[in-house]
Design a protein around this ligand. Structure first.
Ligand SMILES: *[C@@H]1O[C@H](CO)[C@@H](O)[C@H](O)[C@H]1NC(C)=O
Length: 267
């Protein structure tokens, strides 16, 4: 009986593997052949998410028949628990859009001390959006842990490794496979958000304190009609219902869950 179950389990796993990897069969096979001499089966490259870095990117967001593109930059520091994401045009970001739907003004997310702030420097506006308890903390440094390797490709003239992070909607992540390895190249939050990182702009190291200053007079709350209100309400409800137990208290609402939701931004 146990033997049957084991065989059955292996068979199902086999079918699932074929099903899951089929679309990427060509790339994966190519890599296996390339690495065949040295790598054993099951030693797919692991993605690296640096603990302290900054990088520039451009982003294209699609929503129904709209399409926005913007340049941006990300400053990330998991050790200090801070994150800053600037966008030259905030429209493609659902947080910024929900506050200024008609403005092409730059918009910045600043996460510091467990709070996410939204800042419109040119409009002289700032508001406290939500806390890490509401899913507004920094991107979980381990968000790539669940990634499945999907082979090699060429991107921006570099050899790139690719991974898929499965959720309600898949996220595809690409990073350099050539030296220096592990530089972010692209993050596609299918089907509507595409981020192209500019690998030459990567700087490793801590985020400077001068980049994480909350503007003076920042409003305690973002407008009622913003996404922030929904997130805060959700957090309050969950707190009331005791959904976030002690076990997860230290790491509230991982961004992976947000990511899996598809709608929420990684950056
Ligand atoms: C984004 O950057 C990539 C790489 O530098 C470039 O090829 C692409 O055209 C840019 N996209 C937009 C919309 O600016």
């Amino acid at each position: 009986m146990a033997c049957f179950q084991l065989k059955h389990g292996l068979f199902v796993a086999f079918i699932v593997l074929i099903f899951v990897f089929q679309p990427h069969g060509t790339a994966a096979t190519a890599r296996k052949q390339l690495d065949g001499a040295t790598a054993a089966v099951g030693q797919d490259p692991k993605p690296i998410w640096h603990r302290q870095f900054s990088i520039d990117f451009n982003e294209t967001t699609k929503l129904l028949w709209w399409r926005w593109s913007t340049e941006g930059s990300m400053l990330y520091d998991a050790l200090q628990q801070v994150e800053v994401v600037h966008r030259a045009n905030g429209k493609g970001d659902r947080y910024c859009l929900s506050i200024h739907p008609r403005s092409d003004a730059p918009c910045t997310h600043l996460v510091v001390s467990g709070q996410r702030y939204l800042i419109f420097p040119e409009l002289g506006e700032c508001c406290k959006c939500c806390s890490s308890a509401g899913g507004c903390g920094i991107l979980d440094p381990d968000w790539l842990d669940a990634a499945e390797y999907t082979g090699q490709t060429t991107m921006q003239g570099r050899t790139a490794d690719s991974w898929t992070i499965r959720g309600l909607q898949p996220n595809n992540y690409y990073a350099t496979a050539d030296v220096p390895v592990g530089i972010p190249l692209e993050l596609d939050q299918l089907p509507n958000d595409y981020i192209t990182f500019h690998p030459d702009t990567l700087k490793l190291g801590p985020v400077s304190p001068k980049d994480v200053i909350v503007p003076e007079g920042c409003a305690e709350k973002c407008p009622l009609t913003s996404v922030c209100t929904i997130l805060q309400a959700k957090a309050s409800l969950q707190a009331a219902l005791g959904w976030r137990g002690q076990g997860r208290g230290a790491k509230p609402s991982s961004s992976r869950a947000e990511l899996s939701g598809g709608a929420a931004a990684v950056v």
